[in-house]
Design a protein around this ligand. Structure first.
Ligand code: ADP
Length: 167
């Protein structure tokens, strides 16, 4: 449990090995946390992303962090919420697991996640937090790296929600 931390605020400010971006399938930037990450990282991030050729929902890709304090950005594409019967929970879970696998491969020790899919993509926050916490806990049971995961809560209601699942 000491491998999971909750932080309130802006993910682009964190000095960690990797921050996770809630990207879209083009990986060419967007609104919300994606826009904030690209603004803070600078245009070199977009250039590197152009070379990746997109990313399917549930998968993840890694780039450098450029002007961010974080060394790397792991871009993952969350599912759009369509009511819950279109494989949304499995796809959201896959986002967390594929991001963690990439971090492990690169021997990254600290990785920060936003609440993937809970903004424009409309995934209910309670349900998304449950998937996020469970995926990370299960990964930790079988892997020693990364050492630490930080859940970044940008909205006040997510602070309450994550706290309740982590207790
Ligand atoms: P999605 O398209 O996956 O729903 P959004 O960026 O719209 O992605 O929202 C995902 C979550 O990220 C939301 O909970 C939103 O409040 C949060 N968020 C937005 N900006 C930031 C930021 N700078 N740092 C951390 N979280 C953020």
């Amino acid at each position: 449990m000491d491998r999971i931390e909750l932080v309130i605020g802006d993910i682009t400010m964190l000095h960690v090995d990797a921050i996770v971006n809630a990207a879209n399938r083009t990986l060419l930037g967007g609104g919300g946390v994606d826009g904030a990450i690209h603004r803070a990282a600078g245009t070199s991030l977009l250039e590197e992303c152009r070379g990746l050729g997109g990313c399917p929902t549930g998968e993840a890709r890694i780039t450098k962090g450029y002007h961010l304090p974080a060394k790397y950005v792991i871009h993952t594409v969350g599912p759009v919420w369509h009511g819950g019967n279109q494989n949304e929970p499995a796809l959201l879970r896959a986002c967390y697991l594929s991001s963690l696998r990439l971090a492990e491969e690169k021997r990254l020790q600290t990785i920060a996640f936003p609440a993937i899919s809970t903004g424009v993509y409309g995934y209910p926050k309670e349900k998304a937090a449950q998937v996020a916490v469970q995926a990370v806990k299960e990964f930790f049971e079988a892997h020693t790296e990364p050492e630490k995961v930080i859940f970044v809560c940008y909205d006040e209601d997510n602070v309450q929600i994550y706290s309740s699942y982590l207790d």
